[in-house]
Design a protein around this ligand. Structure first.
Ligand SMILES: NC(=O)C1=CN([C@@H]2O[C@H](COP(=O)(O)OP(=O)(O)OC[C@H]3O[C@@H](n4cnc5c(N)ncnc54)[C@H](O)[C@@H]3O)[C@@H](O)[C@H]2O)[C@@H](O)CC1
Ligand SMILES: Nc1ncnc2c1ncn2[C@@H]1O[C@H](COP(=O)(O)OP(=O)(O)O)[C@@H](O)[C@H]1O
Ligand SMILES: [K+]
Length: 520
């Protein structure tokens, strides 16, 4: 499912209206979907005897988001509810379809208040008594910081209410910038968001994602072709996408059919990282892992994971020597892909080693952690003969690009995509709302995961999973995106069993089986 910017959404609306779909009808569809969602929430969350006893408060802004709210209030009134409306402007300031929907609300005898004419105490009391707030103050048309009555309403609710009533946001929580998920000063937190036609970027990026609650995308009459034509190949990776992408395992197979991985990882003091990566790769369905590691720890790592084949490499002070490059390259002739980085350590030797692999190999190659940290010549990435995948967290991405971590997180979608296209590689930009970007411009925002994944070794597990899925699926980009999804979903299961606080990276691996069972 597509993810749009406000400009793309506007183009979709305009194209639909131009193709003979009257604007009022589009708004009515949005309103009907909103009313249905409100009713679903009421039935699920509130116990009541009569619909008419429920207090449904609609906060209405001056634009089309407010228009959606006005029409939804009227539909719910017709279904037997008693909605009330708080308007942020005077009725004379409404125009077009919004003015028409206001007239219809009046005709349907809905109780209407103008915010400016209410005393603060009256407004607070009205909100406090509400069973459900429908937030139709601002949608994708927000410009600048919140101001005027809209700002007063959001500030009053956020500052004066200890417990906010259940809230349904129309299209996007008011105050969240649809283009990037940032706050326009402040925003109204929702428990649910009903969003029209497609996801908006701001619903999936932080802090916006924290304000959106449970999101439902509803169809309002905009054709999927119109959305395709006016979007930019950015999609969500959700369970549906994961089910579609899960590689089919052949029965007539042997361990070679599911891939042989050369994992270049580990150093004394960081013996856990290669084990986590290797274990995740095997548990992810890969056939065979060779751990190529510093001589000092080869035996010890092999003892930790009996399924592993450990290969000792010449080392100096615990770090693999650059002279090991020839041995590694020779060894990799018998594998299908290479993953390098977890716990590898960093020095001049490691840097030369990674550079040599980039110059000489043509296998599928995944670079993570220390293997990323030692890269200084980005041209080596561009010129790599095989298919390359990088898995930086924002700190590593900052080092690669010269941008700050803040800049990366503020614009993670576009930065990841540009980098992937410029250097012709797959890029997994990790962190909450992980982006997977392909060399050809495709990109996914991952929807699974929880803050429990922010734990030591979690990234090592992801690298193993990416290797496992790449070995089983021919489209490396899709494999990486699927691995990110599976990692996140296993993290959700791990958090259910242990809590976000008490889960560790091994718990992610332990829960992979549940994800595979769910997806099969
Ligand atoms: N035909 C369409 O374009 C459709 C639009 N839809 C709805 O319309 C919304 C977009 O409508 P609009 O483009 O009218 O924009 P909005 O309704 O999101 O916001 C524009 C209004 O908010 C005010 N405003 C903007 N920034 C503000 C700020 N920082 N502080 C206070 N007030 C501010 C403006 O003065 C204007 O009145 C969507 O989110 C969706 O809910 C849906 O009904 C589907 C059809
Ligand atoms: N708050 C969060 N929500 C969801 N996923 C997260 C969060 N924080 C981290 N992650 C995920 O956890 C993993 C952490 O990887 P990384 O930063 O490399 O950690 P480490 O080096 O400790 O293994 C990544 O997949 C990242 O996307
Ligand atoms: K809204």
């Amino acid at each position: 499912m597509q993810v749009l910017t406000p400009e793309m959404m506007k183009k979709c609306d305009q194209a639909t209206i131009k193709a003979a779909y009257p604007e009022i009808l589009l708004m009515e569809s949005a309103a009907l979907a909103t009313a249905k969602m409100a009713e679903e929430i009421i039935e699920k969350e509130i116990s009541f005897e009569y619909k008419s006893e429920l207090k449904l408060s609609f906060l209405i802004g001056q634009g089309n988001n407010g228009g959606d709210g006005l029409a939804a209030a009227r539909i719910l009134k017709n279904w037997g509810y008693q909605p009330q409306i708080v308007l942020t402007c005077s009725p004379s300031e409404l125009s077009g379809v919004n003015a028409l929907n206001f007239k219809l609300a009046v005709l349907n005898k809905i109780e209407i208040y103008q915010f400016e004419q209410l005393k603060t105490k009256e407004f607070i009391s009205l909100i406090k008594q509400s069973d459900l707030i429908v937030d139709a103050l601002l949608g994708t048309g927000i410009k600048g910081q919140i101001r005027g009555s809209v700002k007063s309403i959001i500030t009053l609710i956020n500052q004066q209410l200890v417990k906010k009533p259940l809230t349904l946001a129309v299209d996007i929580p008011s105050g969240i910038i649809a283009a990037n998920g940032n706050l326009a000063g402040d925003a109204l937190k929702a428990d649910y968001t009903v969003t029209m036609a497609a996801y908006k970027r701001g619903l999936l990026l932080y802090p916006g994602k924290d304000y959106a609650g449970k999101i439902k995308v509803v169809e309002i009459g905009i054709q999927s072709e119109t959305i395709q034509e006016n979007s930019d190949q950015l999609k969500v990776f959700n369970q549906q996408e994961a089910k579609k992408s899960l590689p089919v395992r052949k029965n007539n197979s042997h361990k070679g059919s599911f891939g042989k991985l050369a994992l270049l990882a580990g150093s004394p003091g960081m013996t856990g990282a290669p084990i986590l990566t290797a274990k995740a790769a095997l548990k992810g369905g890969l056939g065979l892992v060779y751990l190529l590691t510093a001589a000092e720890i080869a035996e010890m790592t092999a003892a930790q994971l009996p399924e592993l084949v450990s290969v000792a490499l010449p080392s100096q002070a615990g770090l693999i020597k650059e002279t090991a490059a020839a041995k590694i390259l020779k060894f990799t002739e018998k594998v299908d892909l290479i993953a390098a980085g977890p716990g590898l350590g960093q020095d001049k030797g490691v840097k030369t080693l990674i550079e040599n692999i980039l110059k000489e190999s043509s296998l599928d190659l995944i670079l993570d952690a220390d293997a990323l940290n030692v890269i200084s010549d980005l041209e080596l990435l561009k010129n790599y003969k095989g298919k390359l995948t990088l898995t930086p967290h924002p700190g590593e991405m900052a080092a690669l690009t010269g941008l700050s971590i803040k800049e990366i997180n503020n614009n993670r979608i576009d930065i990841a995509r540009k980098f992937a296209q410029k250097y012709q590689l797959n890029l997994v930009l990790k962190g909450a709302a992980t982006i997977t970007a392909a060399p050809d411009g495709r990109a996914y925002i991952n929807l699974s995961g929880s803050n429990g994944l922010a734990t030591a070794g979690s990234g090592d597990v992801l690298t193993g999973l990416i290797a496992a899925l790449m070995a089983q699926e021919s489209d490396n980009f899709r494999a990486a995106a699927l691995a990110v999804y599976i990692h996140g979903r296993a993290g959700e299961f791990a958090a259910q069993a242990n809590s976000d606080y008490a889960m560790i990276a091994s718990d992610i691996i332990a829960n992979l089986k549940k994800v595979y069972q769910e997806l099969q």
